[in-house]
Design a protein around this ligand. Structure first.
Ligand code: PMP
Length: 434
């Protein structure tokens, strides 16, 4: 039972090991956008953004099975899969992208870590600017730029010297607020970032780089204000720094509008950190950048990971990209994302607890509030609603600093039927009470 398994874990695993739900569920199988627990009950999975193509994908399974029998060595040998996969990744960039170099690792945290090291090596500077309320990973450097109070043990005054935390451009509950089309909101946040960059330079700590997600995932999937990212990137570059897009969650077709999250802001970063959906559950991560930036490391030692970029992970990565193309994954993210968002918006007309609905494609956040004017977070309610939804067969969990946003980031293969089921289940919970 789940209780037995939980007790077993408590005896041998670290207390810091995170778990979903107060009474966690034990899963025995995943299939497409469904999970099945050990009692045989099936659920619609709205949270697993790693299995982008869906759980148990046969093309990915075959790639693992075939390649692990043929060859799995480290990247110090030559084999064709590493260059083949890297070429495929580069071909996914927008046509005007100058980025031409790939470095493969094993996870999102490693990718962020590497990107941070690269900007420091390439600029000869140390300071990295991260946005408030962000999650960028659990490794020592990734953790240092993780600024969400929820995820990160550093208080602002104990954060390492090389991290500067800038204001989060949240137009709903941040310093500056306004409508989606109000370009002055993004301009004001970017101007504040520019003032931070000037101050850092005056204090002898000029910025090596700036890292942010192209959609504010940890804030609940909040879309960046119009014009913010282009303006922020221009200011960072004018100050001599490099721009890192953390696309670990938002990349790979999730927003539906483009393959990359940054495409919706019409910018090209200097470095792109990628992971999660690359391997559909098989651990792969990477950084895409320019040769000039990547070569900054050669003077500082080698780049090598025992498993990063091995033939197995590259084969899996290729199988994922093949399947995404064959199955129209990005189009499904766009269409079902629109359907879900429309469903949630319709519910908002009848249920006052639904506040702003964030995001795009299958990167959505339904913010629950006690009052639509003050946006007082409905965190306890959100947790209870998630429990009730689980009873109705829908796995959805809370996110954000205030734990009041229902995070809707399902496998990208989710169907219209399951999307409608999830919206109807939420309607039922909000109508009947929780
Ligand atoms: N960046 C972002 C935006 C993430 O969401 C995550 C994982 N939640 C990471 C980095 C770290 O990735 P990983 O868990 O694969 O180390």
């Amino acid at each position: 039972t789940s209780a037995d398994e939980q007790r077993r874990r408590e005896q041998i695993l670290a207390g810091a090991q995170e778990r979903y739900y107060e009474h966690p569920m034990q899963i025995q199988r995943g299939w497409r956008h469904h999970l099945v627990d050990t009692t045989g009950r099936a659920y619609v999975d709205l949270v697993n953004n790693v299995a982008g193509l869906g759980h148990g994908h046969p093309g990915v399974a075959d790639a693992v099975d075939r390649q692990i029998r043929i060859l799995n060595t480290n990247s110090r040998f030559l084999y064709h899969e590493l260059a083949e996969y890297s070429e495929r990744l580069l071909a996914l960039l927008p046509p005007d992208s100058p980025l031409d170099t790939v470095m493969l690792v094993n996870s999102g945290s490693e990718a962020v870590d590497l990107a941070l090291r690269l900007v420091q090596a390439a600029t000869g500077r140390k300071t990295v600017v991260a946005l408030r309320e962000a999650y960028h990973g659990w490794t020592t450097a990734g953790d240092a730029v993780t600024t969400s109070a929820y995820d990160n043990p550093y208080a602002l005054d104990t954060r390492p010297e090389w991290v500067h935390v800038a204001d989060v451009p949240n137009r709903f509950r941040g310093t500056y607020r306004g409508a989606a089309e109000d370009r002055s909101v993004g301009a004001r946040y970017a101007a504040d970032l520019g003032a931070d960059l000037d101050r850092l330079a005056r204090r002898g700590r000029p910025a090596a780089g700036f890292i942010c997600e192209s959609v504010l995932g940890n804030a609940g999937g909040v879309l960046l204000p119009e014009g913010y990212l282009a303006d922020a990137y221009a200011r960072v570059r004018a100050a001599g720094g490099l721009c890192i897009a953390d696309e670990v969650q938002v990349g790979f077709g999730r927003t539906g509008s483009g393959f990359w999250g940054f495409e919706r802001s019409a910018v090209i970063p200097d470095l792109i950190a990628i992971a999660k959906p690359m391997g559909n559950g098989f651990p792969i991560g990477g950084v895409i950048t320019s040769r000039a930036v990547a070569d900054a490391l050669t003077s500082q030692g080698q780049f090598f990971s025992s498993t990063g970029g091995n033939p197995l992970s590259c084969r899996v990565g290729l199988a994922v990209l093949d399947a995404m193309e064959a199955e129209g994954t990005q189009r499904n993210a766009r269409e079902i994302g629109r359907r879900l968002a429309a469903g949630f918006r319709a519910l908002a007309e009848r249920h006052g607890i639904i506040g702003p609905i964030h995001g795009e494609g299958l990167y959505l956040g339904v913010e629950l509030v006690r009052d639509r004017d003050t946006l007082e977070p409905a965190a306890q309610e959100a947790a209870a609603i998630c429990e009730r939804l689980r009873e109705l067969g829908v796995i959805v969990l809370t996110t954000s600093e205030r734990s009041n946003v229902l995070k809707v980031k399902p496998p990208l293969c989710i169907t219209a039927e399951s999307a409608d089921y999830a919206v109807a289940a939420l309607d039922r919970v909000l109508t009947e009470g929780w």
